[in-house]
Design a protein around this ligand. Structure first.
Ligand code: PLP
Length: 381
């Protein structure tokens, strides 16, 4: 094992101004799940997304996805379609609502939900249950926009709302329109490993002010207007704290720079693997897609690499104290989702078996890149 410092997959990268906003919160005693930093961060995000949408800051991305299901009225008797190839934060909220998840495979271009398999799933669920699924959760995984037009066309044909999981895709866009603005509701995440972080946090992006206000209402225990505590609906304690929102305001100042640096990391890997047969770096299929390249990922075809497989690459990095990680394990293969219906073939499964996420942080140095390159050059020579 190497004694050199660890190179992380994706670690927090502060820009320098964050502490100023946090100090302000201390000085003014706004140490609460409301305050000027929460409002300021919401306004910054709103501007960033093009001012067409409204933003409610929450305690996590998972909380945003949960509230999206609540706001769309998903309950016990409902089915919700979800991209199988994703993080459990996309799908667990379906179970929180007692609803039935229905998983759908990925396509090979963007690795996200396959529009054909999606339609097949909708048709078959209607046939089997006499009722259409209540919502579709589509994910821009690793920052790569899903096939926006094709997916939304299927959803519109059946009049099913799409919840957009943009947890990994702040700064990505499709045909010039920002990820986070396509869904009936959308979720962002500011967890410690995301493109910007508040240590932990998330947000709902809503197309109307009323929907944003409903999110805030539900996220603060659904208090009716009364001098005492009065509740006629079940609420949640999901609002973002004013302290962490201060970190978010500071991070907004460096978001574009971070997108640029992560995209440069992706280009570094494209160059590194360009002459190595059997390794494909996930890239935008065409100029309609713009990925923030939150994580750079490769797919290994060991028939073409003289037998070198994903695990060998991962272990070679590990020996040099460099973190890398298999791609998301599809939800339909997870123990908690055993016996859940799945539509599609084996695209997601093959991605999981042969794919690897590589160090992608905006804070990686030339020295880090030399160490990464050395591992690959030595392994493939
Ligand atoms: C991070 C993430 C979430 C959940 O966000 P948290 O803020 O960690 O709760 C949901 N979906 C995807 C795809 C994510 O990567």
């Amino acid at each position: 094992m190497s004694n050199l410092p660890k190179i992380w997959l994706s670690s927090p990268h502060m820009g320098g101004e964050e502490q100023k906003f946090v100090n302000e919160a201390f000085e003014t005693n706004w140490i609460a799940p409301l305050g000027p930093n929460v409002e300021g961060f919401e306004e910054d995000l709103k501007q960033y997304l093009g001012s067409t949408h409204h933003v409610a800051c929450l305690s996590s991305g998972t909380a945003a996805l949960h509230l999206a299901l609540v706001q769309l009225g998903v309950g016990l008797d409902d089915e919700v379609i979800c991209q199988s190839f994703t993080f459990c934060g996309s799908s667990n909220p379906i179970l929180y609502q007692g609803a039935q998840p229905i998983f759908v495979d990925s396509e090979e271009l963007t690795w996200n939900i396959c529009p054909q398999a999606l339609e097949e799933a909708i048709k078959d669920r209607i046939k089997k249950t006499g009722k259409k699924p209540k919502a579709i959760i589509a994910v821009h995984l690793y920052g790569m926009p899903y096939q926006v037009e094709a997916v939304h066309e299927v959803a519109q044909n059946y009049n099913i709302p799409v919840i957009e999981d943009a947890a990994e895709a702040l700064g990505s866009h499709y045909k010039g329109k920002n990820c986070g603005t396509f869904g009936s509701l959308a979720a962002l995440s500011f967890n410690g490993n995301k493109i910007i972080t508040t240590s932990g946090g998330g947000a709902m992006v809503a197309p109307t002010k009323e929907l944003k206000q409903e999110t805030v209402f539900l996220a603060t225990q659904a208090r009716d207007e009364a001098p005492h505590y009065q509740h006629s609906q079940i609420g949640y304690n999901y609002r973002m704290s004013n302290l962490v929102a201060g970190v978010g305001r500071g991070q907004m100042l460096v978001l574009d720079k971070h997108v640029d640096l992560r995209r440069k990391m992706n280009q570094f890997y494209v160059d590194l693997f360009k002459d190595i047969d059997g390794i494909e770096v996930l890239q935008e299929p065409n100029y309609d897609y713009f990925s923030n390249h939150w994580l750079s990922c490769i797919l290994v075809n060991s028939d073409k690499t003289k037998g070198i497989d994903r695990e060998q690459i991962r272990m070679a990095f590990l020996a040099e104290n460099i973190e890398s990680r298999p791609l998301w394990k599809p939800m339909h293969l997870q123990p908690i989702f055993e016996n859940t219906p799945f539509y599609g073939s084996s695209v997601a499964e093959k991605l999981f078996e042969n794919g690897l996420c590589l160090p992608s942080g905006s804070n990686l140095t030339d020295d880090d890149r030399s160490r990464i390159k050395k591992v690959i050059v030595e392994l493939f020579n």
